[in-house]
Design a binder for this molecule. Structure first.
Ligand code: CA
Length: 639
């Protein structure tokens, strides 16, 4: 046996708990690489590992030894796609050293369909802290692989120079060679179809104040996608792009979810499996539905009569919350807000209040500004919020993905928990394990959300495509505060009523009412700010209103029944004893949904909300499958 073959033979192979997922290692030219196979099919080709700090270069590594341990991921979490996680896992540590003999560990966490890794840097010298200059971690795919990808935006562009904010269009099933729109690569998560061999979802988790958030570079034919740090221009050019931490220390987890089909992609819990709570809470948080005037009635609704109308709407729907959006401080002042909160609570409705994060990283004038970025202003404000009985805040317009922004998210969350306040983030980065890390975190936008349906027709034209896409992508790795479910046909206050000169205003919704109801189940967030308006109580189908009164916002189980990203989806979520199966079709071919088969699979009797001759209808299962045309949907409740 020659020497290179001997070295190769010493490299371990890691196997997932049922042996179907395997991680192989190889060394070439001093670089350590991993590859991933599922059922013997290569889904990730040999891809680089390693990183470089200001203290040591670990981009050339030799694997020295390894340890593996069988374990289980067991925890309860009341805000994600399942309420109880309990599955076998394998933990492994690959002990490595660089050519100078400096040690580095690579920790692996394998479940049946997930492989996650992170770097552990020991304190092996007097050096007590490091700056990470770059990560070499890469992701290479077999030829013919296609991507479902959304680009990382330029910094300091868009509304009041508030990007990047993870609000870009997706490109579906595109070749790896396709360059990103802005030339900065793609935001997590990224989905890849490896021909007919399987699927890979790449993301990261466990990002907190001790690191930056990352994304994928554009594709390089030799090395594949590489992990990319934020751009220097983010945060108005302020703050470093190179994360720093104390030693011993760890990077966030790089996660790969693999499968021959898409169910493991939709059902994965890897973003939460490998993280732990950053602090314990003594507070109890209650989730549920919320009314929200701004989404359809916009800025003009920031007045007492309209806010009262939306408080009364929440009360009429039996919803626990109202979200009062930007501009409340100028309209009501703090004293006026105390009065409005008192009115809401008298109706059994609790309040979320909007804040800008700003700051010195955008030109936002929507107020209140300059409170959440400053602990000296933030702490007394949160004391006031707790005193008047506010239950949560929505903080908007963050500066980017640098470590200093991750510190701000964590500081706001931790201060808010001291005052029993839940946090929603908009104009924000992707959450990366935050549902488990921060007990009062309840969702982020990080998507082209419902406001765009109001702003532009193209978003209405793409609404069903996005409904069939996000459960496979954005929403599978974290709560998605989309703010959807419209029952207006025209998405403005007039709802199709002609204005001056007979002109009809507002974007036109393409979806059926049944598809909108399906979106209430497809999009997962423990607090749902729905886009219902007071007129819907009388002009929308009674079955739709009844459904929006009862639909849960938290789930015990989630199962993909069928679908293809961006074309169609049939997804089942269980709450207690009831399964809610939601279907939406964005494809040109009708989507068949066999309700009898769903009854057999999920065990019970179905009540079907679907589109009939006269619009939304409710009824039992019929022998013939439903046939949903493009932009139609259905909800099948089985209990
Ligand atoms: Ca937004």
């Amino acid at each position: 046996m020659n020497l290179p073959a001997l070295l190769l033979a010493l490299l371990p192979v890691l196997s997932g708990p049922d042996g179907r997922l395997q991680v192989h290692f190889s060394e070439d030219g001093g670089a350590l690489r991993y590859s991933i196979a599922y059922d013997g099919r290569t889904l990730v080709e040999p891809s680089r590992l390693g990183l470089q700090t200001n203290d040591a270069d670990y981009t050339r590594l030799e694997a020295v030894s390894s340890e593996t341990q069988q374990t289980r991921d067991t925890y309860v979490l009341d805000r994600i796609k399942v309420s109880r996680v309990d599955h076998p896992a394998v933990r492994a540590v690959l002990h490595c050293k660089n050519p100078q003999g400096r040690p580095l560990d690579i920790e692996w966490h394998l479940t049946a369909n997930d492989a996650a890794f992170r770097y552990l840097i020991p304190k092996d010298t007097e050096t007590g802290s490091v700056r990470v200059l770059r990560e070499a971690s890469a992701f290479r795919f077999p030829e013919g692989t296609t991507g479902f990808l959304t680009p990382q935006s330029d910094a300091m562009i868009g509304w009041k120079r508030s990007k990047p904010s993870y609000e870009e269009f997706y490109r579906l099933d595109v070749p790896l060679s396709e360059r990103s729109q802005y030339g900065h690569g793609f935001t997590f998560p990224c989905l890849f179809r490896v021909g007919d061999d399987g699927w890979v979802l790449v993301s990261e988790t466990g990002v907190d104040s001790r690191y930056c958030a990352s994304h994928l570079s554009d594709y390089d034919p030799a090395e594949g996608y590489s992990l990319a740090f934020p751009m220097p221009e983010e945060n108005n050019g302020n703050g470093t792009v190179e994360p720093a931490f104390a030693l011993p220390g760890a990077t966030p987890w790089r996660t790969l979810t693999v499968g021959s089909g898409l169910a493991p992609i939709v059902e994965t819990t890897i973003p939460f499996d490998v993280v732990t709570p950053r602090y314990e809470t003594s507070r109890g948080y209650r989730y549920g539905k919320s009314s929200w005037s701004w989404i359809v009635w916009q800025d003009a609704s920031m007045n007492r009569a309209d806010q009262v109308a939306f408080i009364d709407l929440a009360a009429a729907m039996g919803w626990p919350y109202i979200l009062i959006d930007a501009g409340w401080d100028k309209e009501f002042g703090h004293a006026g807000m105390e009065d409005l909160v008192r009115y809401a609570r008298g109706k059994g409705v609790d309040v979320f209040l909007w804040y800008s994060s700003s700051g010195w990283w955008n030109d936002i004038v929507q107020s209140p500004t300059d409170i959440m970025c400053d602990p000296l202003a933030r702490k007394p404000e949160m004391r006031w919020l707790e005193r008047i009985g506010v239950k949560g805040i929505k903080v908007d317009f963050f500066g980017g993905d640098k470590q200093e922004t991750m510190r701000l998210y964590e500081a706001i969350l931790s201060d808010a928990d001291d005052h029993g306040l839940m946090c929603i983030f908009h104009g924000a980065t992707l959450p990366r394990g935050w549902e488990r890390m921060y007990p009062n975190y309840v969702g982020s936008e990080a998507v082209l959300a419902s406001e765009n349906l109001v702003f532009g027709q193209v978003h209405c034209d793409l609404e069903s495509q996005n409904a069939a896409l996000h459960p496979f992508l954005r929403n599978t790795v974290g709560s998605m505060e989309f703010g959807g479910v419209f029952l207006n046909r025209r998405l403005d206050r007039r709802n199709g009523e002609p204005g001056r000169g007979g002109r009809v205003s507002g974007t036109l919704r393409r979806t059926t009412d049944a598809a909108e109801l399906a979106i209430a189940v497809l999009y997962q967030n423990p607090i749902q700010n729905f886009a219902l308006t007071p007129n819907n109580l009388t002009d929308a189908p009674a079955e739709a209103i009844a459904f929006l009164r009862e639909v849960p916002t938290t789930w015990d189980e989630t199962r993909l029944v069928d679908g293809y990203p961006g074309r169609d989806i049939v997804l089942a979520r269980r709450h207690g004893a009831a399964w809610y199966v939601a279907a939406v079709n964005a494809g040109d071919e009708p989507l068949a949904v066999d309700v009898r088969a769903l009854e057999a699979r999920f065990g019970g009797t179905a009540r079907v909300l679907s589109t009939g001759k006269d619009g939304l209808q409710a009824g039992p299962a019929t022998k013939k499958p439903l046939r949903l045309p493009k932009d139609d949907g259905a909800v099948i409740i089985i209990r």
